[in-house]
Design a protein around this ligand. Sequence first.
Ligand SMILES: CC(=O)SCCNC(=O)CCNC(=O)[C@H](O)C(C)(C)COP(=O)(O)OP(=O)(O)OC[C@H]1O[C@@H](n2cnc3c(N)ncnc32)[C@H](O)[C@@H]1OP(=O)(O)O
Ligand SMILES: O=C([O-])CC(=O)C(=O)O
Ligand SMILES: [Mg+2]
Length: 301
Amino acid sequence: MSTLRRTMLFIPGNDPGKLQSAGIYRPDCLVFDLEDAVAVNEKDAARILVRNAILHIPYPSEIGVRINGLDTPYGQDDLAAVLPAQPGFIRLPKSEQVEDIQALDQIIGAAEKKYGFESGAIKIMLTIETAKGILQAYHLAAASPRIIAIGMGAEDLMADLKGSRTRDGQELWFAKSQVLYAARAAGVQAIDQVFADTRDEEGFRKDTQFGKMLGYDGKSVIHPNQVPMVHEIYTPSEEEIHQARKVLAAYQQALEKKSGVVALNGKMIDRPVVARAERVMQYAAALGVIREEQSDEECGR
Ligand SMILES: CC(=O)SCCNC(=O)CCNC(=O)[C@H](O)C(C)(C)COP(=O)(O)OP(=O)(O)OC[C@H]1O[C@@H](n2cnc3c(N)ncnc32)[C@H](O)[C@@H]1OP(=O)(O)O
Ligand SMILES: O=C([O-])CC(=O)C(=O)O
Ligand SMILES: [Mg+2]
């Protein structure tokens, strides 16, 4: 089971109050932003604040830093400031070119050597948020062994496409699917996009459920009040666990009768259905909702 990344909470890198308190909301990951949430005249201050926060605040979450693109005047300085603090990952915005990701990989590798960090310890996450990036998504996702996840940046993407953002996100369907396919094909996690209206609970719920239904592993969020709902939606419910158990038990009985397929309440159970049920059980075990041994036993391990 890969590392849980149900929530990635963005924090503007120049906001000391939010940096100080971010850990109390217990997202799986915190992403300190040096890019679009930070005005140009605040970039220098933000780098120092973020570096010091990583070095001195004992956060309970995995820490990422969203740098400015390497083709901007800020990206290299961002890396020089934050890599010595050994963040868990660097989030590269507006990823479009395999060469940029390989360059980032090399800069991180050189820093790991220089500061005596374990080789490969600092990972990369990509945000894909331009038409060009979306069309290249698989090649980008497979560009470096450091990549742990890719996500779509809906706001920038719609600016690039000259379209509009809507509440139900129907304008995003192609990009959302493409990013998910690219992530799965490259064997990395897929992180769903930000929902900008922090007061629209119902819209946020539907948006989160849709991403989870497609297969996403987690969601980028911008406000602490969005964290609990994503955790709730990404945590298998009692009903889902109950159903997964029934599927696994029915399949086990079928195998004992030397069959690879069986019906449960009129629905066909075969290997792919079992794989999904196993994922529910493993996820539940990873979240402590059921015991690990229980999951292993019921998955036939
Ligand atoms: C498209 C993109 O690029 S998205 C990524 C870049 N964007 C960001 O990083 C923005 C992140 N979010 C934020 O900065 C804020 O949530 C905003 C600006 C949207 C709203 O901020 P506020 O007006 O302060 O929200 P609100 O008043 O509801 O905040 C309630 C509390 O939560 C805190 N809070 C709000 N957002 C965050 C956050 N992202 N991280 C940590 N704490 C937060 C506030 O500091 C406040 O704390 P307090 O009660 O102790 O004072
Ligand atoms: O990186 C993200 O998740 C959000 C983002 O930049 C965008 O929507 O433009
Ligand atoms: Mg963006």
